[in-house]
Unconditional design. Structure first.
Length: 292
């Protein structure tokens, strides 16, 4: 058995590589860390600057102000509902389309695929889209405006379609021999074995719904504002923060500190979801893009 001896040059290269990657990781993560510790610092003290690696004067006043504001709480629940309902409906609808067009004997299969792919390259534009959703579909101010327009995504459909093509036909044929129809095969056989790619697409959709604010601004209305929309309003107008704080009787918070606390609240839920889906994510995206 031969022992591999590393040369001084190789050791130096590895050390430089580790140092460079550590520097890149620090430069990437530190801004988020600084936002977190500053949001946990006393607002008046943080305004002096110099909060670098840990809170100088620990305080939860920023978060108390955020959670005492009814508009922010309402937006939080709307965002959670939109993310859960929108993601579930989009994954189900997209996977149903992908399952149908994965069958070579489907009547009009090429036409359906062509119509779907065309939407990847051409878009009607903002004004026609607004007229369609608000005037003709009458979805403005309706919660379904967050669900129906986002039911289908061509990129996600292609990933799921490629995965479905890799499922052995014998599995479906044996189920149909036992008396199962297409719906039973789809819900009881195909979907359970497709968890990696479905989890990947669910993550894509969840991130989109959680971060979306522009459609909420156009179609949502005062009762359907999302958390990201509230965050955009806070960032763009310091006077709104001062007014809210004054109404709540909280004179110690600042506009900047509330911005940071709101950023943390809007970011952490989607960040915490990654560890639970990570084991499916890489596998799903690779299988869905390579098979077929």
């Amino acid at each position: 058995m031969h022992t591999f001896h590393r040369t001084p040059g190789e050791k130096l290269f590895d050390a430089a590589n580790v140092a460079l990657l550590a520097l890149v990781a620090f430069a990437t993560l530190y801004p988020f860390y600084n936002i977190l510790i500053t949001s946990l610092n006393d607002p008046i003290d943080a305004a002096r600057g110099g909060v670098t690696f840990w809170p100088r004067v620990f305080s939860l006043e920023n978060y108390k102000m955020v959670f005492r504001d009814e508009s922010i709480l309402s937006a939080f629940f709307v965002t959670v509902a939109r993310t859960l309902v929108g993601t579930a409906c989009a994954v189900l609808f997209t996977s149903a389309f992908a399952y149908g067009v994965s069958k070579p004997d489907l009547l009009g299969r090429k036409l359906f695929l062509m119509m779907a792919i065309v939407t990847m390259y051409f878009h009607g534009g903002l004004i026609p889209e607004y007229l369609l959703i608000a005037k003709y579909l009458h979805l403005k101010g309706n919660f379904l405006v967050y669900v129906l327009p986002t039911l289908f995504n061509v990129f996600n459909a292609i990933i799921i379609l490629t995965f479905f093509r890799g499922i052995p036909k014998e599995m479906e044929e044996s189920a149909k021999v036992d008396g199962a129809n297409d719906l039973i095969v789809f819900f009881r056989l195909v979907l359970p074995v497709s968890k990696p790619v479905l989890a990947t697409v669910a993550l894509f959709n969840a991130v989109f719904h959680w971060n979306s604010w522009f459609d909420a601004m156009l179609y949502g209305g005062p009762d359907l504002r999302t958390l990201q929309q509230i965050l955009m309003q806070i960032i763009s107008s310091n006077s709104n923060v001062s007014l809210i704080a004054s109404n709540l009787g909280m004179k110690t918070v600042t506009a900047e500190s509330v911005k940071l606390a709101t950023m943390v609240i809007t970011t952490l839920p989607i960040v915490f979801s990654y560890p639970f889906l990570q084991k499916y994510f890489v596998k799903g995206i690779m299988i869905g893009s390579v098979k077929g």
